[in-house]
Design a protein around this ligand. Structure first.
Ligand SMILES: Nc1ncnc2c1ncn2[C@@H]1O[C@H](COP(=O)(O)OP(=O)(O)OP(=O)(O)O)[C@@H](O)[C@H]1O
Ligand SMILES: [Mg+2]
Length: 274
């Protein structure tokens, strides 16, 4: 645990974390989804949050994204305590979230997906309309800048691969000035190659100075791009490692739960036919 989490307010630090949770809890009736969670996310870094099913990952994201306000603790953005009433408030503060399946609209074209209601316009009064040519051009160049080669921005997003669809959502968030980019298991449904594509964009977003929060249950993917690793276990933050403090093997073991795997190995051995 770092010295900054000792409980007392920090003395003047040069740069506050882009977003920070301090002792945050979230309950749903009797269910405690998050308990005393502290998390610091810095600009220009990839902060990975790892956790098994039901650990509270989605709840954590929704807390950061303004969907679920914390029931206890403090949420700070750039050092200032905030209370977001809706995801729109969070977005206005530069916090963009890419949800796994809802990131894009399959039947809409790539360029419409890139803008999703924020298209550039031209003309005045009743003649005001979407500047289609400019919108397509911006979408094309922005996607190319992220290394995404879309042959035709008129094609429906549904015709792109899963990795490319995630990439479009990431490029959109970057273009619209996200300071914090939250990605909910962006690689969980993807194969090795497509996962690599997405992880490349994650690294590119980081290089642009964005604070990236990568939620995943894949320690290998986390280790490829992560600067900081948090482990969420049944609603509690049980580990807080910088890259120097952890090896891939340790991350894998922490995720797999070494002892639980040993038990499982024994049980499976018992099922085997003699
Ligand atoms: N809206 C809700 N109402 C009641 N309980 C909820 C709600 N959202 C989450 N929970 C509970 O909080 C706990 C954490 O759920 P959460 O979805 O955050 O886990 P997760 O880490 O995202 O899991 P997964 O990997 O399966 O997506 C679970 O026990 C879940 O049932
Ligand atoms: Mg989830």
């Amino acid at each position: 645990m770092s010295a900054t989490e000792s409980g007392t307010p920090e003395p003047t630090t040069p740069e506050p974390a882009a977003v920070e949770l301090d002792g945050v809890g979230r309950t749903f009736g009797n269910v405690i989804a998050l308990r005393d969670v502290s998390l610091r996310v810095r600009a220009g870094e990839v902060t990975c949050v790892l956790g098994d099913n039901g650990a509270g990952k989605s709840t954590l994201i929704k807390t950061l994204a303004g969907v679920h306000p914390p029931t206890s603790g403090t949420y700070r953005v750039a050092g200032e305590p905030v209370t977001f009433g809706s995801p729109r408030d969070a977005l206005a503060a530069g916090i963009a979230t890419v949800y796994q399946d809802l990131a894009t609209v399959p039947l809409m074209s790539v360029w419409r997906n890139f803008f999703l209601g924020s298209e550039p316009r031209k003309g005045w009064g009743p003649w005001r309309r979407i500047d289609v040519a400019r919108a397509k051009e911006v979408a094309r160049t922005e996607l190319a800048a992220m290394g995404i080669d879309v042959r035709d921005v008129d094609q429906p997003v549904g015709t792109l691969s899963g990795g490319e669809r995630q990439a479009v959502a990431i490029a959109r968030a970057v273009y619209f000035g996200a300071k914090v980019l939250i990605l909910d298991e962006p690689t969980s449904a993807l194969g090795v190659k497509q996962s690599g594509v997405v992880l490349k964009y994650v690294a590119q977003a980081r290089e642009r100075g964005i604070a990236v929060v990568l939620i995943t249950h894949n320690p290998h993917h986390a280790f490829l791009v992560g600067d900081h690793f948090f482990l969420l276990n049944r609603g509690r933050m049980t580990q807080d490692w910088t890259r120097e403090q952890v090896t891939l093997d340790e991350l894998v073991a922490a995720m797999a739960g070494g002892a639980e795997l040993d038990t499982l190995a024994h049980e499976l051995e018992g099922i085997r036919r003699p």
